[in-house]
Write a protein that binds this ligand. Structure first.
Ligand code: CA2
Length: 146
């Protein structure tokens, strides 16, 4: 069976492509998820996607990935900067974790400079736009497929 990668997106990322294109571009979350699914098929990965604006829902989806997914690609949005609960959930998950941010959070407001997720992440992709998700898929494939 193909290894499974979960792509997890946090608050407001469901609004991608509709507002602030100068920061986040014109691509929608559905476009990103479809592109990742297509690339996943090419790379021999099964791709699952989940977005929520609720911290607890993200925590519960990470729990569901324990034992069923081999890697998580996570953009926790603003929760990256605030959520110890998501960090704790990722620490329970035993697979590979790649953190993605569309923007370069270090070039933005100082409150975005620290991410709790980074302490757990095996790799981090920042400021590469939505292409960062596809780069993360390639990295996940090379790690989980060996
Ligand atoms: O750069 C990223 O990917 C972020 O995780 C995006 C988060 C932000 O809070 C982080 O600091 C960096 C915000 C996502 C908001 O997405 C929007 C989408 C469309 C319109 C407005 C916001």
């Amino acid at each position: 069976m193909s290894p499974t990668v979960l792509i997890l997106n946090g608050p407001n990322l469901n609004m991608l492509g509709t507002r602030q294109p100068e920061i986040y571009g014109h691509t929608t979350l559905a476009d990103i998820e479809n592109a990742c699914r297509a690339l996943g098929t090419e790379l021999g990965l099964q791709t699952e996607t989940f977005q929520s604006n609720h911290e607890g829902a993200l925590v519960e989806r990470i729990h569901a990935a324990c034992g069923t997914a081999q890697a998580i690609i996570v953009n926790a949005g603003a929760y990256s900067h605030t959520s110890i609960a998501i960090l704790d959930a990722l620490n329970i998950f035993q697979g590979h974790v790649i953190e993605v941010h569309i923007s370069n959070i270090h070039r933005r407001e100082s409150f975005r400079h620290h991410s709790h997720i980074s302490q757990r992440a095996d790799g981090i992709i920042l400021g590469m736009g939505v292409e960062g998700y596809l780069l993360a898929m390639r990295r996940a494939a090379s790690v989980v497929r060996g």
